[in-house]
Design a protein around this ligand. Structure first.
Ligand code: SF4
Ligand code: SF4
Length: 434
C-alpha cells in the first residue's frame, strides 16, 4: 500500500479535513492523534506498520476513499485520463472571445489596459465571422458556439455586436449559438440588456467595486464622473424582469474595500440576494504590469475573509465551485478557445494582450484567411506537466493551468496564491459553520 500523493490535510479551529484532490474525497477528522499519524505518513517511506495505532474502521475508510492505495496504482495516469475526458467534453464548444474595441468609457486607475481608441472595422468583423465559419467547418465536432465579448468596454460597440450576433444566429442554425459579456455595466440599461439577451448573450460579468464611495473612487468615467448609481439601477431594473440571464457581480478588492467588506456583502444580500440569477466573484487587485496603490496582496486568509463575509449573508463566492478537479484552469489553456483582438490578431490570454508570446495567429482581411503560429499556440495548450506540478498535491485542481501566462514565463509565484485560495475556500466550504 502507499499514501496518495494527492492527499491534503487542512486544519481549522481544531477540526481537520483530509482531502484527496484526485478523487475529490473528503473526510473530517476530530482526533488530533490520528492527524499526527497521518502527517507522518510519507509517500516515499510508507509502511502499513505506521497505521497500527489507528482504528481498523478508520484505516478501511482511508482505503475505501483512496487516501491509501495499492502500490502499483499510477495516480498520474488516472489523472491524465480524467483530464483527457474533461477536455473532450470541453471540445464540443468553440469559445471565441472578441475585443471589438480597446477603448473604454471608464478610467479605472488600476486597469492594466491602455484604453486606446482602436476599434474593429466592419471588414474585420466580417473576416472574424469567416474565421469562425471555416473553423467550424474544419472541426465538425463542435455543437455549441459561444462568443465572449470583451474589451476595452464592449458596450461602446453594442450596435456592431448585435449585428454580428444576428449574422451568426442566421448562419449557424444547426448549432447552439450564445454569448457572454464582460462589461462595466454603465451602458447596460434595460433596453440594451433586452437587445443582447434576445440575441443569446445571457451571461455577464459586471464589476462593482463595493459601496458608492469606494466604487466611485476607482471606477469613474473618462471625465471623472461617478458611475455607481447608474450601474446599480441598471441591475435593479433588470432584476425586476423575468428575463433569463446570469450576472456575475465582480468586485476588485482593494484594501479599502476589504476594510468595509461586511457592509458591501450586506448590500448585495439586501438588493440581489433573493435572486439566483446574480452570483458573486471577488478578487484582490493584482499587479498586472502597472504599479499602483490599489494592489491588495493575496495572502493566507484573504479568500477566507472574503468568502466568510459573503457566507454570513447566505451568499457565496462563485470560486467555491472551483476547488474540485480541473476547477481552476484558465480558458487560455483550452484548445477550443481563441481571442480575436480588434485588429484581427488571434490571442489566448486576455491580460497579456500586447505580449508577442500571446500573438498566436492572424486573420488576414485581404484574402479572408487565417494563419496560426502552431509553435506559439502549443505553448498555451501544452499537455506536458512541469516537475513542480507533478509533485504538487493540488495538481488535479489546477493541472498547472491556473495561469498559463505565468507558467510560460516561468513565474511560479502564482502557486502560493492558488494554494491560499484552495485552503481558504476548503475551510469556508466544509469546516466553518454559519
Ligand atoms: S501551477 Fe503550481 S499550484 Fe498549479 S499544479 Fe503546478 S505547482 Fe501546483
Ligand atoms: S493566462 Fe493568466 S493572465 Fe491570462 S487570462 Fe489566464 S489567468 Fe489571466
Amino acid at each position: 500500500m502507499k499514501y496518495s500523493i494527492f492527499n491534503v490535510i487542512i486544519e481549522y479551529e481544531g477540526t481537520y479535513l483530509l482531502h484527496n484532490t484526485l478523487h475529490d474525497n473528503i473526510i473530517r477528522i476530530y482526533d488530533i492523534n490520528y492527524v499526527d499519524i497521518l502527517k507522518k505518513l510519507s509517500i516515499e517511506n510508507f509502511s502499513s506498520n505506521q497505521l497500527k495505532d489507528l482504528d481498523s474502521d478508520f484505516v478501511n475508510c482511508l482505503i475505501d476513499n483512496k487516501f491509501i492505495i495499492d502500490d502499483d496504482f499510477n495516480e498520474h495516469s488516472l489523472l491524465n485520463y480524467k483530464f483527457y475526458i474533461n477536455q473532450r467534453n470541453l471540445d464540443t464548444t468553440l469559445r471565441v472571445m472578441i475585443i471589438p474595441t480597446r477603448e473604454c468609457n471608464f478610467r479605472c486607475p488600476y486597469c492594466y489596459e491602455n484604453h486606446e481608441n482602436k476599434n474593429m472595422t466592419e471588414d474585420m468583423f466580417n473576416c472574424s465571422l469567416k474565421f469562425i465559419e471555416e473553423f467550424l467547418n474544419n472541426n465538425p465536432n463542435y455543437i455549441n458556439l459561444c462568443i465572449d465579448w470583451f474589451g476595452g468596454e464592449p458596450t461602446l460597440k453594442i450596435n456592431e455586436i448585435c449585428k454580428f450576433m444576428n449574422k451568426l444566429k442566421t448562419r449557424f442554425r444547426e448549432i447552439n449559438v450564445f454569448g457572454s459579456m464582460t462589461s462595466n455595466g454603465y451602458l447596460l440599461n434595460l433596453d440594451n440588456f433586452k437587445k443582447l439577451i434576445d440575441l443569446g448573450i445571457v451571461q455577464y460579468q459586471i464589476t462593482i467595486d463595493g459601496l458608492q464611495t469606494e466604487h466611485d473612487s476607482t471606477r469613474f468615467l473618462r471625465d471623472g464622473s461617478s458611475t455607481w448609481k447608474t450601474i446599480i439601477n441598471n441591475l435593479l431594473d433588470l432584476k425586476k424582469t423575468e428575463l433569463n440571464f446570469n450576472i456575475l457581480i465582480r468586485t476588485n478588492v482593494t484594501t479599502n474595500i476589504m476594510n468595509n467588506i461586511d457592509k458591501w456583502t450586506k448590500f448585495l444580500k439586501a438588493n440581489f440576494g433573493d435572486d439566483s440569477r446574480f452570483n458573486y466573484h471577488m478578487e484582490p487587485v493584482k499587479n498586472l504590469g502597472k504599479h499602483n496603490e490599489y494592489i491588495h496582496p493575496t495572502e493566507e486568509g484573504t479568500f477566507y475573509e472574503i468568502n466568510n463575509s459573503l457566507k454570513k449573508q447566505g451568499l457565496r463566492l462563485n470560486l467555491e465551485d472551483s476547488i474540485s478537479p480541473f476547477g481552476l484552469i484558465c480558458y487560455a489553456s483550452n484548445p477550443s478557445h481563441f481571442t480575436i483582438d480588434y485588429d484581427g490578431s488571434i490571442k489566448k490570454c486576455t491580460v497579456a494582450l500586447d505580449d508577442q508570446e500571446n500573438n498566436i495567429g492572424k486573420i488576414c482581411s485581404e484574402n479572408l484567411q487565417y494563419d496560426f503560429n502552431f509553435e506559439k499556440l502549443s505553448k498555451w495548450t501544452n499537455f506536458d506537466l512541469d516537475n513542480n506540478c507533478r509533485k504538487c498535491s493540488i495538481l488535479p485542481i489546477c493541472y498547472g493551468r491556473k495561469c498559463p501566462n505565468c507558467t510560460i514565463k516561468g513565474d511560479w509565484s502564482i502557486c502560493n496564491d492558488i494554494k491560499y485560495i484552495y485552503k481558504d475556500l476548503m475551510i469556508t466550504k466544509y469546516l466553518k459553520k454559519y
